[in-house]
Write a protein that binds this ligand. Structure first.
Ligand code: ADP
Length: 484
């Protein structure tokens, strides 16, 4: 059991660090050894309503502040996140499981996100529009949406809330944020950086409470104008239904089932390396993780051999141990789901080439052997459900049009990856694939300045990039009649 001072454990409401009213706490588990890392404050409706009230009170002042002053606070928060990156990354690894270098990269991505939106907030331009009536003038100004509620999952506990909090604050919105209950510690650290950067009380508030309680408060409280959610498609659909009564704005970044397509002209050894990195990063618990691998039949054998060999060599272990490339999965439920997806695929004829089960090398912790399977077909659950698992299903193809059709044959449309050096093939694929993010010879495309989000059932709206700023702005049209 960690000492009380090792991790910060409180909520942050109206500029104060707070326990729950009834002192209730929630245990945070380390997936590498199943120990309890910390007990965090665990609030309920009263605390969430108080946070929303604080955000509503802070909104007029924060909105009226100069965008340059808001930017200074966000930039300072980015600097503090960088200064504290080592400590925050260790916490992230301990509560979430990913290897320390991956955690560090995520924390630095969060810092970059704060810095980028600090700058981009200064460019929330309106426009003037030539009138048809010479006695009028027309212009468009941007107006912050208002109080924003954010709900984020456990797989990227630093990056995902940052994509919501930074743009919202940059344009003058105020925020109430809920982390996943399993991984609250990283966001508490980020709020420490915001507080120390001089954020005024109430501009951003952190609540830790049951998900439904938080969602109820967000949808029922009239002050909340927008909910920004990252998580499963099932919950996203529920939020769309719930948003109707208050016509709350929504940004939804939901599930994915990304195809990775290898054409025969690509360098097979290099692509196998990229595919294994992209697949097993964070154990495949990534919404844009490649989860269906379509390999041209001319290179299928070579690709399969290379991918299996690289997968076997991946070093599994506690993410804090140097050299570990794949950490534990994030909870016992994830192990069980992965095993059941593989059992289903096996029962329908798939062959396991490496991995296939829970690792037996560890006494404690949620370790699953990185797995490659082939003889996969479209009816298997691994092909129809978002897997979120360290499993690489291999399929063959021979024609470009067929692989586009197969890749698009899913309700999801978040990311797709194509490996080829042929410009015509690359262009046809980029235009034909139904996905919001296309990695052409790039297995890790996310970056703060570029739009991130999905088509079809993978979501509504975009995060990051200028689109991710616009998501927190209303468009206000002003028409002026001049005196004659
Ligand atoms: P995942 O499978 O990645 O955990 P979820 O959609 O279940 O995806 O969870 C993502 C986030 O949404 C978490 O913060 C979780 O607490 C929250 N959440 C889960 N169920 C609901 C719900 N019914 N309403 C609002 N938020 C929810």
């Amino acid at each position: 059991m960690a000492t009380a001072t090792e991790f910060p454990t409180q909520m942050y409401i109206e500029g104060q660090w707070r326990d729950a009213d009834d002192s209730r706490t929630l245990g945070v588990i380390n997936p590498a050894d199943e120990s309890t890392l910390a007990e965090v404050a665990y609030g309920g409706r009263a605390e969430v309503d108080r946070a929303i009230g604080a955000a509503a009170r802070a909104f007029p002042g924060w909105r009226a502040a100069s965008v340059y002053d808001r930017a200074r606070v966000l930039k300072k928060a980015a600097d503090l996140i960088r200064d504290r990156a080592e400590r925050i990354a260790r916490t992230l690894t301990q509560e979430q499981g990913k290897p320390l270098p991956e955690a560090k990269a995520e924390v630095l991505h969060a810092a970059d996100t704060f810095e980028w939106f600090a700058e981009e907030g200064k460019r929330a331009y309106g426009r003037t529009i030539p009138p048809s009536n010479v006695a009028k003038r027309h212009y468009v100004i941007k107006h912050p949406v208002g109080v924003v509620g954010t709900i984020t999952p456990w797989n990227f506990p630093a990056a995902l809330p940052s994509r919501k909090i930074a743009p919202a604050l940059a344009v003058g919105c105020t925020v109430v944020s809920k982390p996943a209950e399993q991984t609250p510690l990283t966001l508490i650290h980020l709020f420490g950086c915001l507080a120390d950067a001089g954020l005024p009380p109430g501009a951003a508030n952190l609540v830790i409470a049951p998900a439904r309680t938080v969602a109820d408060a967000f949808f029922e409280h009239p002050a909340v104008r927008k909910v920004s959610f990252t998580g499963s498609t099932a919950v996203g659909k529920e939020l769309i239904r719930r948003s109707a009564d208050g016509v709350k704005r929504l940004s939804l970044e939901l599930g994915g089932h990304a195809p990775l397509i290898v054409f025969p002209d690509a360098d097979v050894a290099q692509v196998a390396q990229a595919a294994v990195i992209g697949k097993f990063r964070n154990n495949g618990q990534v919404c844009i993780a490649p989860s269906r691998f379509y390999v041209h039949e001319r290179v299928a054998k070579d690709f399969t051999e290379a991918a299996v060999e690289l997968t076997r060599k991946l070093r599994l272990g506690d993410g804090l141990v140097e050299g570990v490339q794949v950490g534990p999965m994030f909870e016992a439920r994830a192990l069980e789901k992965t095993a059941s997806l593989i059992d289903d695929a096996r029962a329908r004829g798939a062959k396991v080439l490496t991995g296939g089960g829970r690792s037996t090398r560890f006494e404690k912790g949620y370790f699953f052997e990185p797995t490659v399977i082939r003889e996969v077909d479209g009816r298997m659950r691994i092909m129809t459900e978002e897997p979120f698992a360290p499993v690489m299903p291999l399929l063959d193809f021979s024609k470009l049009d067929d692989v586009i059709a197969a890749a698009n044959d899913t309700p999801y449309g978040l990311a797709a990856y194509v490996f080829t050096n042929d410009l015509t093939v690359a262009t046809r694929m980029a235009e034909g694939l139904e996905a919001g993010i296309i990695g052409l010879n790039d297995p890790v495309p996310a970056t703060p300045q570029c739009p991130f989000g999905g088509m079809k059932e993978s979501g509504l709206g975009r995060e990051l990039g200028i689109e991710g700023l616009d998501a927190y702005l209303e468009t206000k049209y002003v028409s002026v009649g001049l005196r004659g």
